[in-house]
Design a protein around this ligand. Structure first.
Ligand code: HEM
Length: 294
C-alpha cells in the first residue's frame, strides 16, 4: 500500500509559500525531479515545515509512466466562460508548497529550495499566504465548511489502491484576486446570496440561487474534493489561493467549467467579485514514487 504526502493533510498551519518552477533543460527533467524529490525538511517537531511536491502531469507521465493516473492533464488551455470571463492557464513544471507555523521557517526553507534547484529550474511564480481570522477567506466568509473530515479526506483526495498513481492526488492551484471594493459595497445579505451560505455562521441557505458559489460547485453533483484555500497578498492587492485536491481531475475541471458558465450558461456570481490570475494542475505523487526518483 502506498503512502500519501503528509503535507496534504497537515491542517492548522498559518504560513505558506507556493513555489512554481519550470525546468531549464527539458532533456534533464529527471535530474530536476530527483533534486526536487531530495529536498529535506527540518525534522524538529515544532520548527518543522510541511512539504507538498507536485509535477506537471505530462512531465510526471514522461518520468514514471507506470505510476501515472490515466487521462490527467496540465492546465494547458484557458477556460473561456460566458460574458467574456476567462480562467487563464499558467501551467508550470513543478510545485513545491511549504507550510509551517511561522513565516520565518517557511522563508528560510523556500530560499534553500530555490538554491538547491539553481541551474536545474527557474522560479516562475512565488505566492505566500497566511491565515485570516482563524478560518475565513478575505471575503470574510468561513472557507472549508463543506470539507471532508480527516478520516474521509483521503478517500476524496487520493487515487485508490490498485490504480496507477495510487495514494497520489490531482491538485488544482489557482490564484484569485479579490475585487474588495466592489465586494464590500454589497450588503451582507447580498454577499450571502453570492456565496450561498450565511456570513457569520456559514450555514447553507435553504434557497440558494442557481448562480451562488456553492450551487456552482455542488459536491453532490460534481464529486467531493479536499480544499486547503488560503488568503494571499498585501493590503492593496490580495485574494485567495485556491488549493484543491481530488482523486479525479474531472471533479475539479467540471467545477471550473460550471463556475465559468461553460456547462449551462450560468456563471458563478463570485466570479463577478474575484478574478483568476493563474491556473495549474499538478500531480502530487505518493512518497514511494518520490523516493524512486531520488
Ligand atoms: C476566489 C476564489 C474562491 C473563494 C473565495 C471561495 C470560497 C468559498 C466559500 C466561502 C465556500 C463556502 C464554505 C465552504 O464549504 O467552504 C466555498 C465552497 C466551495 N468551493 Fe469555493 N471558493 C473559491 C474558488 C473555488 C474554486 C475555484 C473551486 C473549484 C474548483 C471551489 C470549490 C468549492 C467547493 C467544492 C465548495 C463546497 C460546495 C458544496 O457545498 O458542496 N471554490 N468556497
Amino acid at each position: 500500500m502506498n503512502t500519501a504526502q503528509a503535507g496534504i493533510f497537515a491542517l492548522g498551519t498559518s504560513s505558506h509559500a507556493y513555489l512554481e518552477f519550470d525546468v531549464v533543460d527539458k532533456n534533464q527533467s529527471r535530474n530536476f525531479a530527483a533534486a526536487v524529490a531530495s529536498i529535506r525538511e527540518p525534522r524538529t517537531t515544532t520548527g518543522g515545515v510541511n512539504f507538498v511536491i507536485g509535477f506537471r502531469p505530462e512531465l510526471w507521465q514522461e518520468m514514471m509512466p507506470e505510476n501515472t493516473p490515466r487521462g490527467v492533464e496540465g492546465f494547458n488551455k484557458n477556460i473561456d466562460g460566458v460574458e467574456g470571463f476567462v480562467m487563464p492557464a499558467t501551467q508550470h513544471d513543478a510545485l513545491v508548497w511549504m507550510s509551517g507555523s511561522a513565516y520565518d521557517m517557511v522563508f528560510d526553507m523556500a530560499r534553500t529550495v530555490i538554491q538547491d534547484l539553481t541551474g536545474k529550474a527557474t522560479l516562475q511564480e512565488e505566492t505566500t499566504s497566511w491565515s485570516y481570522r482563524h478560518d475565513r477567506d478575505l471575503t470574510g466568509f468561513v472557507d472549508g465548511s463543506e470539507n471532508p473530515t480527516l478520516l474521509d479526506a483521503p478517500v476524496d483526495a487520493l487515487l485508490p489502491d490498485g490504480l496507477p498513481g495510487a495514494a497520489g492526488s490531482v491538485l488544482l492551484l489557482q490564484k484569485w484576486r479579490h475585487r474588495t471594493t466592489e465586494w464590500e459595497a454589497l450588503p451582507v445579505p447580498k454577499q450571502e446570496l453570492v456565496m450561498g451560505r450565511t456570513k457569520a455562521e456559514s450555514i447553507e441557505l435553504e434557497k440558494k440561487p442557481e448562480d451562488s458559489h456553492v450551487a456552482r460547485t455542488d459536491q453532490d453533483k460534481f464529486g467531493h474534493i479536499f480544499r486547503r484555500n488560503m488568503p494571499y497578498g498585501n493590503v492593496d492587492n490580495h485574494g485567495t489561493v485556491f488549493v484543491g485536491f481530488s482523486a479525479e481531475q474531472q471533479r475539479l475541471t467540471k467545477m471550473l467549467q460550471s463556475m465559468a458558465g461553460v456547462l449551462d450558461g450560468t456563471r458563478d456570481a463570485l466570479t463577478r467579485y474575484t478574478l483568476p490570475l493563474t491556473g495549474a494542475y499538478y500531480f502530487v505523487p505518493s512518497v514511494e514514487s518520490l523516493r524512486e526518483l531520488r
